[in-house]
Design a protein around this ligand. Structure first.
Ligand SMILES: Cc1cc2nc3c(=O)[nH]c(=O)nc-3n(C[C@H](O)[C@H](O)[C@H](O)COP(=O)(O)OP(=O)(O)OC[C@H]3O[C@@H](n4cnc5c(N)ncnc54)[C@H](O)[C@@H]3O)c2cc1C
Length: 430
């Protein structure tokens, strides 16, 4: 039997290196650079490219992928331990070649792409020579893909795509978009959608505007219109009508990787919270000495530890079962828990910093809004809770009896019958 909560010492050395490298070289980038996806920004390339090279030389590049795709094949547990450090900085994942949504798009291309598609799109994507976008959500429907209306029709040897997509992250920086569109409107609901690769320069692709999240950062969630966009027949990615299955290939990994990075963010807020309460005095004592403040510290520490253990166990189960579907319940549980932990810890940190906490001079207001991002992207919390409940309930059965199977009077009667000999002997001896 093995049941171990320790990191292998060899890998711990790598984590120690990552920790120092992130602190010294990567985290400062957040304060001098704009959007990590902006490959046209010369300052970004000047500062980021040499760091990416150092990571590649150290054998830590694209750790979410197997060696056949230029990754390390570390598996999800090691990736989790890395991502919880990388998640502290906007630039961490980019410097280590595992940023979303490119990471998920690479998984789809690796899984379903033809050799020509891999050559043209996957290879430069993995090298971060280009970046990509996943364009699925529509203005009228996000959480329920069955209501999507964007159409793709086969006309001669080309697919003609028409429709609007909403919150297509980083389309404004992307070289290509992975678009989900209805190809078979008469088919059963889950067989109607297909996935396409659309190069950004294709005539008819229009970015109507780029939308932000709260007030921070560069707006980069694009409202995209596809108007008579024509792509060659071979730009279908995966089977016709297989859009749902293709999307699932990226979403499982996407969700758990967000959770790993979120650990890094909440730990950072927690560290700041602890520093603050040990620094600020009011009414004659440190904040740290007040019981209502201690409750916030205790709750935050406990919640972070619980969440981290659930993420690590889920990562371990993905490694064990080698696919996301078998671990669906665990991934959905992590996904549903993530925004709450993130929100609650960031909000407590914000509150304990007082007026400074709500200002943009500290990261908490941005984190509180970001927690809502985590509750929406890759499916709203409610939908994931439904998944958890359905999966859990599959392991149970109802009873047709009048009372529950664990009804105490019935259990007592059964126990008395089971031990009748002993009980009767005791009574006879009295
Ligand atoms: C920062 C950010 C980045 C994103 N990036 C991308 C991207 O790159 N590509 C992309 O395609 N999409 C992206 N999205 C969109 C994301 O996938 C959708 O926001 C999400 O699927 C929810 O869809 P919606 O916004 O239309 O909300 P709706 O579907 O309208 O849902 C709104 C609310 O209704 C409730 N609700 C919905 N369904 C149920 C249900 N079954 N039971 C109970 N309550 C329910 C929930 O409270 C939910 O939050 C991004 C979103 C955010 C916030």
């Amino acid at each position: 039997m093995s049941w171990d909560f320790e990191t292998d010492p060899e890998f711990q050395k790598e984590l120690d290196w990552i920790e120092a490298f992130m602190k010294e070289e990567v985290e400062p980038l957040d304060h001098v650079l704009g959007h990590p996806y902006d490959l046209k920004n010369e300052r970004r390339n000047k500062l980021v490219r040499p760091l990416q090279k150092i990571v590649q030389d150290r054998g830590l590049w694209a750790c979410h992928l197997g060696p056949d795709l230029g990754g390390q094949g570390f598996g999800q547990v090691k990736l989790a331990l890395m991502n919880e450090i990388l998640g502290r900085s906007h630039y961490g994942p980019m410097v280590f070649g595992c940023q979303a949504p490119d990471s998920g798009n690479a998984e789809i291309l690796a899984h379903y792409g033809t050799p020509a598609q891999k050559d043209r799109y996957l290879k430069p994507l993995l090298a971060n020579e280009i970046v990509s976008c996943f364009s699925m959500t529509e203005p009228k429907g996000g959480a329920d893909p069955k209501v999507f209306t964007t159409r793709a029709e086969l006309v001669g040897d080309e697919w003609v795509i028409n429709g609007d997509k909403w919150f297509s992250s980083h389309a404004n920086y992307a070289s290509f978009l992975i678009v989900m569109a209805v190809t078979d409107p008469g088919a059963p609901p889950y067989d109607r959608l297909s996935t396409f690769i659309v190069p950004i320069e294709t005539p008819g692709v229009q970015i109507l505007r780029n939308v932000g999240v709260g007030h921070h950062g560069t707006p980069s969630h694009s409202y995209v219109r596809y108007e008579n966009v024509r792509v060659p027949r071979d730009h279908l990615l995966g089977p016709r009508g297989g859009g749902f299955v293709v999307a699932q290939t990226r979403l499982g990994g996407g969700r758990i990787h967000h959770a790993m990075r979120t650990i890094g963010q909440v730990r950072r807020s927690f560290d700041m919270m602890c520093e603050r309460v040990l620094s600020r005095e009011t009414q004659g004592t440190l904040l740290a000495d007040k019981q209502m403040v201690q409750e916030k510290i205790a709750d935050s520490w406990t919640e972070i530890e619980q969440f981290r253990l659930l993420v690590l166990r889920t990562a371990w189960r993905i490694d064990k079962y080698k696919n996301y579907i078998a671990v669906r319940k665990d991934i959905s549980a992590v996904k549903a828990l993530m925004p709450k932990i993130f929100h609650d810890v960031a909000a407590r940190a914000l509150h304990l910093h007082g007026s400074l906490g709500v200002s943009p001079e500290m990261p908490f207001a941005e984190q509180v809004i970001e927690s809502f991002h985590m509750g929406l992207a890759d499916g709203p919390t409610e939908v994931h809770k439904v998944t958890v409940a359905r999966q859990v309930l599959r392991e149970y059965r109802g009873t047709n009896e009048l009372f529950p199977t664990r009804h105490i009077p019935a259990l007592r009667d059964a126990a008395i019958a089971k031990f009748a000999d002993v009980i009767e002997a005791e009574v006879a001896a009295q």
